[in-house]
Design a protein around this ligand. Structure first.
Ligand SMILES: [Zn+2]
Length: 327
C-alpha cells in the first residue's frame, strides 16, 4: 500500500481543481456552464479523443495525474464525486477498478465505456512462450497465474492500434451530442476529422513496418500486443500486462531464448515504468535498449512541449523501425 500513497497525493490538486470547477458553474450539469460540456476521461488516450472530438466546446479533465501509471489508479473522494458531476465520462471498464467503482456508484448521465466499443482480446500479437506450441502453452497456462501472466483477462492496451480508437471517437461524439444536442453536428464532424487522422497514422505505420513483418518486439510490459497484431509483428512482453509485476527468473530465461532464437537486437523499455529489468536483461544478452511510450499517460513536460497521441505514436514508429533494423 505504501508505494501507492504518492499517487493519491499527486491526484489531490486535480481533485481540488475539479471541485472548484463544478462549484463555479453551479454544478447544473446541463452542459452550458462557462467551461462548456465537462468531460472526465480516465486516462490519457481517452482524454486525447475527448479533446479532439469536443474541441472548444468542452473542458476535459483526466482522472489519472500526468506521469502517473494508470493501471493501479486510486481516486480521492473528490474525484469520485467529480465522476458523478461530469456531463460525459469516458473510461474503460476492467482496466482501472477504482474508476469502475466510481462510475457504478455515481452513475454519470452520459458514459462512454471503451471496453464496450472495442472488441478487446486476451493475447493479441502474442507468440506465447519461447519455442513451444499452442497446445504446450495451454497445458501449463494454469501454472502461469502464479507468475502474473494474466491468462484469462483481456489486454486493455487497444489504443496502441490507432484504428481501434476510431469507434471510440464516434461514440464520444454520440454521447457529447446527447449531452449537448445543439452542437451534435460539430461533434460528429470533429469525430470524422479524428477518424481521418487516425487512418492516416495507420497508413503510415503499415507502410513503415511492411519490411518488419514477423519481427519480434520485446517490450518491458506487454502493452504493444494490438500494435503488433495490426502490423504483423510478434510481441513478447517481459512483464505481461501489468507493468508492476516482477518477471520470474524462468520468464527472464524464456525472454533470453526468444532474443537469441529470433536475432532480436533491441529490447524496448518504457516511459513511466522503471527500465531496470529490461536494461539488465539487455546487458546480459548483449543487445541494445530503446524507449517506447505506451501512452498510458502524458508527462507535464511532454504536454507542454506540444506532444500528443499522434506525435508520440510517430516517435514510437521511428523507435520500432530503428530498433528492429527495418528502417
Ligand atoms: Zn499497461
Amino acid at each position: 500500500m505504501t508505494r501507492r500513497a504518492p499517487l493519491v497525493l499527486a491526484a489531490l490538486p486535480l481533485a481540488l481543481a475539479l471541485v472548484a470547477c463544478s462549484a463555479a458553474d453551479g454544478g447544473t450539469g446541463d452542459g452550458t456552464g462557462d467551461d462548456g460540456v465537462r468531460v472526465l476521461a480516465s486516462f490519457y488516450p481517452l482524454q486525447y479523443v475527448a479533446e479532439q472530438v469536443g474541441g472548444d466546446l468542452v473542458s476535459v479533465d483526466n482522472l489519472t495525474p500526468p506521469s502517473a501509471e494508470p493501471h493501479d489508479l486510486e481516486l480521492a473522494p473528490a474525484q469520485v464525486r467529480a465522476v458523478g458531476d461530469a456531463d460525459v465520462v469516458v473510461f474503460q471498464s476492467g482496466f482501472q477498478p477504482a474508476v469502475d467503482e466510481a462510475v457504478a456508484a455515481r452513475a454519470p448521465q452520459h458514459v462512454v465505456d471503451a471496453a464496450e466499443v472495442v472488441a478487446l482480446e486476451a493475447e493479441p500479437g502474442s507468440v506465447g512462450h519461447a519455442g513451444e506450441t499452442a497446445e504446450e502453452h495451454a497445458e501449463h497456462a494454469d501454472d502461469d497465474a502464479a507468475d502474473s501472466h494474466d491468462h484469462g483477462s483481456l489486454d486493455p492496451h487497444f489504443w496502441l492500434d490507432p484504428t481501434l480508437l476510431v469507434p471510440v471517437a464516434h461514440e464520444v461524439a454520440a454521447q457529447l451530442g446527447a449531452a449537448d444536442p445543439d452542437n451534435a453536428a460539430t461533434y460528429t464532424a470533429n469525430a470524422e476529422n479524428l477518424d481521418a487522422t487516425l487512418q492516416d497514422l495507420d497508413t503510415e505505420y503499415a507502410a513503415a513496418l511492411e519490411a518488419c513483418q514477423g519481427e519480434t518486439l520485446v517490450t518491458s510490459h506487454a502493452a504493444f500486443g494490438y500494435l503488433a497484431e495490426r502490423y504483423g509483428l510478434s510481441q513478447v512482453g517481459i512483464s505481461a500486462l501489468d507493468p508492476e509485476a516482477e518477471p520470474s527468473p524462468a520468464r527472464l530465461r524464456e525472454i533470453g531464448a526468444v532474443v537469441v532464437d529470433n536475432d532480436v537486437r533491441t529490447i524496448f523499455t518504457e516511459t513511466l515504468t522503471s527500465p531496470k529489468v529490461a536494461e539488465t536483461l539487455a546487458g546480459d544478452l548483449g543487445v541494445t535498449t530503446a524507449v517506447l511510450d505506451p501512452l498510458e499517460g502524458l508527462s507535464t513536460e511532454l504536454s507542454a512541449s506540444g506532444a500528443d497521441y499522434i506525435s508520440i505514436m510517430d516517435d514510437n514508429l521511428a523507435a520500432i523501425t530503428e530498433g528492429l533494423g527495418c528502417a
